[in-house]
Design a protein around this ligand. Structure first.
Ligand code: ATR
Length: 284
């Protein structure tokens, strides 16, 4: 696919960035829609991020995705924020428009999309346990409140962070939120979701923060880790008879509003796209 001197530009800034599947994903949609556009990986160190954000709009970039370690810095540099960015204090998408820097958190839409793909459009009446209390957990907890979960329990290795996260979202809608020190098997949740890096290729896996008694055979387990696609967490859930939702859906759905904001076309998440992305995950 060739581009001209007028090509619309976007990309992903992170350190490291080489593992990112976003160039493959956005590249698929750019080709599908025959756009004169490019989406490139930008290896940007922490100390260079502010200068990068200052320069890229002048070079004609429409915007950026940002990943580790820049999500909080992107929030600070944005001159305006969408509701999800405000709620989470983190930005994964920047849109450069007429001198403005608009910060969005489309990870929230990603989480909602991954549940929608599994046929779940509401969590009203459901109890959800969230493992982890980092940046990703903030997007997940906000998304769960948007899906009207009735009760969210937050379980994290560092208890104080679980409490901070619960406090951040307390009082939103009708969702009850609390930090817990252990998942009580007597009240094992309808939905378990992993937001920690446990299970991810190359990460520390021990000890696992969950136990087999946390899983219910009629429950749902979801993981936002997608490398590998079938994490130990999902494997355990499936073995217990639970329905498993892998993390690829979140990756695909968080990209939709970003692509639309930069390139003016709302792309579709299709089975063909999922198959194309799965090819890149083979061998993890
Ligand atoms: P992210 O932005 O991807 O969420 P993060 O903010 O560094 O990354 O958060 C990582 C999360 O994974 C945290 O909840 C972390 O627990 P701590 O708050 O106790 O650090 C969790 N985590 C990472 N490795 C873990 C492990 N081996 N066992 C349990 N939890 C782990």
């Amino acid at each position: 696919m060739s581009i001209t001197g007028h090509a619309k530009l976007a990309g992903i800034a992170g350190w490291p960035v080489g593992h990112s599947l976003s160039p493959r994903l956005h590249g698929y949609w750019i080709a599908e829609h025959k756009l004169d556009a490019a989406y490139v990986p930008l290896p940007v160190r922490r100390e260079d991020f502010a200068a990068t954000v200052a320069l890229l709009p002048k070079l004609g970039f429409r915007g950026l995705n940002v990943t580790i370690p820049h999500k909080e810095a992107a929030f600070a540099l944005a001159t305006e924020h969408d509701e999800a960015a405000k709620a989470t204090g983190a930005v994964n998408t920047l849109v450069f428009e007429d001198g403005r820097i608009i910060g969005k958190n489309t990870d929230v839409i990603g989480v909602i999309g991954m549940f929608h793909d599994a046929g779940i459009t509401t969590l009203a009446g459901k109890t959800v346990t969230v493992y982890g209390a980092g940046g990703a957990a903030r997007a997940v907890v906000f998304a769960l409140t948007q899906l009207h979960a009735s009760q969210i329990w937050i379980s994290n290795r560092t208890q104080s962070k679980a409490e901070e996260l619960a406090d951040r979202f307390k009082g939103r809608g009708n969702t009850q939120i609390a930090a817990i020190s252990d998942v009580d098997p007597l009240r094992a949740s309808d939905v378990l979701i992993n937001t920690t890096s446990v299970g991810m290729v190359g990460a520390d896996h021990t000890p696992e923060p969950w136990r087999s008694s946390d899983f219910r055979k009629d429950g749902i387990v979801a993981d936002i880790v997608y490398r590998p696609l079938e994490t130990q967490f999902l494997h355990m859930g499936r073995a217990m008879g639970a329905k498993a939702i892998d993390g690829l859906g979140m990756l695909l759905h968080q990209a939709v509003p970003a692509f639309a904001a930069w390139f003016g076309i709302e792309p579709k998440v299709t089975p063909a796209l999922r198959t194309y992305m799965l090819e890149a995950l083979k061998g993890d």
